[in-house]
Design a protein around this ligand. Structure first.
Ligand code: NDP
Length: 244
């Protein structure tokens, strides 16, 4: 796996940041992407201290041209892309009757279009090289719906369907693997964008749920990557043991 080149979107916090560090320790070459440059710069410094090769590119995944520029910068820097981790995501949960249309649009743009633009940006390169691995971060919410998660769940269902659709269209000789990672509750900044007070109240009344850490998801991602290239881990669901 050493020298494998990985793009991670949403690397500026949470699962993406933890995954970047876990892969750095294993010797992967990293291209970090997100919008907050100071976070990326800080992570780059920390990863360099671990002895790994790392670059970053400020990227908005909702911009097709940004995603294409990210892929180009990766090839210019390292000569190839082995793995794309489409991890960037937002989760402004709200009850449907609040009609938070801008937040619906945002989830569709980041969670669905961002993933599609990522696939678009790396596909031809992987096809030409006859190898690659596209890892898309869905969610347990892509398997089940709870009150307030209708649109978020729809986007995460879409991530699963897109990933599986891509897999089914691959020819056996293409050697392009796809993996869906579906985490349960992880302690990250993801809930910071929730503006619906009723959802925040609902969450504050839940107790007994021990959240996972980003490292717990990073290990699942690493497991999928580290299989022999003849083995494709198509989906991993990871929940806290206490999550029903
Ligand atoms: P965080 O909020 O900690 O991280 C989200 C990341 O996405 C940030 O790095 C953020 O970077 C990036 N991001 C958001 N919008 C954009 C954009 N337009 N362009 C580029 N980057 C963007 O949350 P998590 O680490 O928890 O989330 C990572 C993934 O895991 C998401 O897809 C989420 O849906 C999924 N997930 C999380 C779960 C959880 O419980 N935490 C459970 C199941 C799935 P920046 O703001 O700098 O651009």
């Amino acid at each position: 796996m050493e020298n494998n080149v990985v793009i991670i979107t949403g690397a500026s916090s949470g699962i993406g940041q933890a995954t970047a560090k876990a892969l750095a320790i294993k010797g992967f070459k990293l291209m970090l992407a997100a919008r907050r440059e100071e976070r990326l710069q800080q992570l780059k410094t920390e990863i360099e201290e671990l002895g790994a090769e790392v670059s970053y590119k400020v990227t908005d995944v909702t911009s097709r041209s940004d995603m294409e520029a990210l892929a180009k910068a990766t090839i210019d820097t390292y000569g190839k892309i082995d793995i794309l981790i489409n991890n960037a995501g937002v989760m402004p949960l709200s009850f449907m009757n609040k009609l938070k249309v801008e937040e619906w649009d945002l989830m569709i743009d980041v969670n669905i279009k961002g993933v599609l633009y990522g696939i678009n940006a790396v596909y031809k390169h992987m096809e030409e090289r006859n190898e690659g691995h596209i890892i898309n971060i869905s969610s347990v919410a892509g398997h089940e719906i709870m009150p307030s998660s209708a649109v978020y769940s729809a986007t995460k269902y879409a991530v699963r369907v897109i990933t599986e659709g891509l897999r089914k269209e691959m020819r056996p000789d293409q050697n392009i693997r796809t993996t869906i990672i579906s985490p349960g509750a992880v302690a990250t900044e993801l809930t910071n964008t929730i503006s619906d007070q009723d959802v925040l109240t609902m969450f504050s009344q839940q107790n007994g749920l021990e959240l996972m850490s980003g490292d717990d998801i990073a290990r699942a991602i690493l497991y999928a990557i580290e299989q022999p290239t003849s083995v494709s881990i198509n989906e991993i669901i990871v929940r806290p043991t206490s999550q029903m």
